[in-house]
Structure formats: structure tokens, C-alpha cells
Design a protein around this ligand. Structure first.
Ligand code: MG
Length: 170
């Protein structure tokens, strides 16, 4: 079994990963998105395990800011047309090597980052190119629990899962 206990930071794309990719433009020009509560609790469990989370999105979207606040995600990078240099700068700031990072993506704009980090994850609804380059492909699709599935996979592979489950089974 591959040991993934060296992964300390989970970096998430938004559209197609934390959502199903749907972008609702309201008549006043504002945006709506659907997020999944399973992913939300998964992120809480990931943080409870002592790990960190960041959001790295190509688009700038107001709902993403609110969702990140709800989930206590302090590292939020949006409007990143080129994701890799943004991630590299961030990792320098937090003093982490790419080997300590897992990234979840769905589209070709995620490929550079996925090939740079220690562990790359494609959601089920990813384009074929992304699946081909991923270390792990989820069964669930984005917005439908893919992030939760990926987190459970990482926590199980790092031996943290059983300890985390104790509070729910007490
Ligand atoms: Mg995407």
C-alpha cells in the first residue's frame, strides 16, 4: 500500500471539482454555485488530521470566497490564469515542497500543477487527458462528493482514518 503520510497540503480546483462545473449567472450578474456538504465535512476532517487546504481557481467567483470562509480555508487563490507559478509562490511562502502537496483537478489547465505536485487526483468528470496523468481517479464526480472521496483515500493511505473516525463511533 502506497503511504501518503508525506502529503501535508491539499490544493483544490473549484469548478468541476468542488462543484459539478455548472456556473449559474443570475440576472443581476452575480453567480451561484452548488457545493456539496460531504466535501465540506471531508475538508474539516482533513484539517482535524493536522493538514492544510488551499483553493486554486482559474476564475474569480464570489460564492467561492463565501464557501472558503465557511470551511475555514485561509489560502484562496482565484483568477489564476496560470496556476503553476501561483502554486510555486505559495509553497515558497508556507515552506513546503511539491512532494508534500496533493492536487485535485478536472481540466487541462490543471495539468501543469498536477504534474508538479507529489500526488495528483482527477475527479470522475475530468477530461481524459487529466485522468491519464493522475495518480488517482475518483469514482465520484465533482460537486457530488469527489473531494470527500479523495480526502478519505488520502487519510486512509496515510494511516489517519481510524483515529479520525473514533469521535463518530464513541
Ligand atoms: Mg476545473
Amino acid at each position: 500500500m502506497q503511504n501518503l503520510s508525506n502529503i501535508k497540503m491539499l490544493v483544490l480546483d473549484v469548478d468541476g471539482v468542488l462543484t459539478d462545473g455548472t456556473i449559474i449567472i443570475n440576472s443581476d450578474g452575480s453567480e451561484s454555485k452548488f457545493f456539496n456538504s460531504l466535501d465540506g465535512h471531508g475538508i474539516k476532517m482533513w484539517k482535524r488530521a493536522g493538514y492544510d487546504v488551499a483553493i486554486l481557481s482559474g476564475r474569480l467567483s464570489e460564492p467561492t470566497i463565501h464557501r472558503a470562509k465557511q470551511l475555514d480555508i485561509e489560502h484562496v487563490f482565484q483568477n489564476c490564469l496560470d496556476k503553476l507559478p501561483v502554486l510555486q509562490e505559495f509553497l515558497k511562502q508556507v515552506n513546503l515542497s511539491p512532494e508534500a502537496v496533493a492536487y485535485i483537478g478536472d481540466d487541462v489547465v490543471d495539468l501543469q500543477v498536477m504534474r508538479y505536485v507529489g500526488f495528483s487526483i482527477a475527479v470522475a468528470n475530468s477530461v481524459d487527458e487529466v485522468k491519464r496523468h493522475a495518480d488517482f481517479v475518483t469514482t465520484q464526480s465533482g460537486g457530488n462528493g469527489a473531494v470527500r472521496e479523495a480526502i478519505e483515500y488520502l487519510l486512509k493511505k496515510s494511516g489517519k482514518w481510524q483515529e479520525l473516525m473514533k469521535r463518530y463511533l464513541a
